[in-house]
Every structure is written in C-alpha cells, then in structure tokens.
Design a protein. Structure first.
Lengths: 109, 118
C-alpha cells in the first residue's frame, strides 16, 4: 500500500478556500486517491475520489498532477461546519486500508 | 434508510470478560470491515471480510476475532479484553469494487462504539 503524508493540522476562516496536499510518492499504477471526512464522534464519510487530473463534486475538488505523486483536496468557501479531520487514502481498492492520522481542519468565524 | 448499525454504542467492561460488538448493514454489501481509532493514530483496520465466510486480517488483528456467517452481520469479538483495547471502534461496509479502472466503491461507516476496558 502506498504511504501517504499530509499535514497534521490547518486553520482557516469562514469563506476561505482550504487546500490540503497529500504526498504519495509510491503510488502504484492501479491506485486511486480517495478522501474521507470525519466529524467528531462520527464515522468517516466519503468526499471525493480520483485517478488523475481534476475531479469536482458538490463538496470539493481534487487536483492530481500528471506524475500522481501528490494530490490536493480543495474545499471552497469553508464554513464552521467544515471543521473536521480529512483523510487521504491511496490504494487499488478500499478493502485493506490505513487511514493514518489525517489533517485536522479548524475553521474559525 | 441505508445504514450501518453498531451495538452497543458505549461499553465499559473489565479485563478478561469476553464481549461482542455487533455490526449490521442493510445495503446488501459484500465487504465489511472493522477499525479502531486512537488519538494521534487515525483509523487502523482490524479485520475485513470480502463476503460470507471470507475474512482476513488488517493491520492490528491481535486480540480480536470476527465471523461472517451472514452477509449483513459482522460481529467483532474480544475473547479476553485488555486495557490497551480501550478505543473507539468503527464498522464499515461497501460493495465490491469493479476492476479495470472503473470507479471504486467507497465505504459506509457506522456510528462507532466507544469501549473502555478497566
């Protein structure tokens, strides 16, 4: 499984864009990049998944450069309710996964 | 409503007293998994199951057992709990993803079970 590295924490203010970069230098050809969000005392929930280039949904965008050795989750115009832990996962499937410590994003008023 | 349920949500027990945490999903998912979450360590996978009667170890299986006799249920068994198993436990399920570059199936998580072993 490819090892991922992401910042431990990030602070932001309401209305700003938050970008979280995840490094995965050993990503394999068949690996996908998936991001989950976890609120306190809740299970993680899927945010977005991609393989290459850019993916956008109603919650976030995921930017993946051509070499795929990193990826950036972009949260546009965050609100207080976006305060959560964000996990970057890399793997061929979701079956055997390690979530790591994630990035704690704190949004302030 | 599609969901993953866990019981109990909170449990306090003593060292050595066998316990079972149940997990059930109503989405007909083949895949189910157990994780534990500890401060600073994120979520670590304990066991997972690809289908009925098919289980495999995750990263931290020691001290745990699982069984998958029915598709919807995946109980986590602690035969002799110890204080280092005090943790927050999550069960998850998903469909089996398709190969060949098609979008992968994501996991749906239960609400968590907070366990304290004295």
């Amino acid at each position: 499984l490819a090892k991922t590295t992401q910042p431990i924490s990030m602070d932001s203010y309401e209305g700003q864009e938050v970008n979280i970069t995840c490094s995965h230098n050993n990503i394999a050809t068949n690996d996908y990049i998936t991001w989950y969000q976890q609120f306190p005392s809740q299970g993680p929930r899927f945010i977005i998944q991609g393989y290459k280039t850019k993916v956008t949904n109603e919650v976030a965008s995921l930017f993946i450069p051509a070499d795929r050795k990193s990826s950036t989750l972009s949260l546009p115009r965050v609100s207080l309710s976006d305060t959560a832990v964000y996990y970057c996962l890399v793997g061929e499937n979701d079956y055997k996964l390690s979530f790591g410590a994630g990035t704690t994003v704190t949004v302030r008023a | 409503e599609a969901q993953v349920t866990q019981n109990p949500r909170y449990l306090i027990t003593v060292t050595g007293k066998k316990l079972t945490v149940t997990c059930s999903q109503n989405m007909n998912h083949e895949y189910m998994s157990w994780y534990r979450q500890d401060p600073g360590l994120g979520l670590r996978q304990i066991y997972y199951s690809m289908n009925v009667e098919v289980t495999d170890k995750g990263d931290v299986p020691e001290g745990y057992k699982v069984s998958r006799k029915e598709k919807r249920n995946f109980p986590l068994i602690l035969e002799s709990p110890s204080p280092n198993q005090t943790s927050l436990y999550f069960c998850a399920s998903s469909l089996i993803g398709l190969a060949g570059g098609l979008p992968k199936e994501t996991q749906y998580f239960g609400p968590g079970t907070r366990l304290l072993v004295l």
